[in-house]
Design a protein around this ligand. Structure first.
Ligand code: ZN
Ligand code: ZN
Length: 134
């Protein structure tokens, strides 16, 4: 129990975001608690874009897990709006190499309550996984 109810909600949202990310891991990827290398850099870029110009859907008044992608740096959406947006979109290219091979799949990383969905091809995923081993 925390004395600050907003802080409680923030930590609950961050914990929910971590559970979502664990359930949405890339196939064969370790669950990454502290991302390294490229994933860490693009997560920082996303958060910097958000802090410079916070944009999102209209349902973000209370702390909750929110979702963003590297195609739209700094834009966050609630789970409902993110799902509709993702369903309406085209299959994204690899966020790391820009290729759009058929093996691109999605995983995610979390920064507090922010879930950043990352698309990567098999080759980039292998490189990124190797970076996490350090
Ligand atoms: Zn929304
Ligand atoms: Zn790639």
């Amino acid at each position: 129990m925390n004395a600050n109810p907003m802080s409680d909600q923030f930590y609950a949202a961050a914990a929910a975001a971590r559970r979502i990310v664990a359930a949405h891991a890339f196939p064969d990827s370790p669950v990454v608690v502290r991302p390294r290398g490229w994933v860490d850099e693009v997560s920082d870029d996303f958060m910097a874009a958000y802090r410079a110009d916070p944009r999102g859907c209209l349902h973000l008044q209370s702390p909750q897990p929110v979702f963003g992608t590297l195609q739209e740096m700094g834009i966050v959406r609630c789970v409902g709006c993110y799902t509709l947006h993702a369903l309406a979109g085209v299959r994204p290219p690899c966020d790391r190499c820009g290729g759009d091979s058929s093996d691109v799949c999605q995983g995610s990383v979390t920064v507090g309550p922010v879930v950043i969905v990352v698309s990567m091809c098999d080759a980039c995923r292998a490189v990124t996984n190797a970076e996490q081993q350090g």
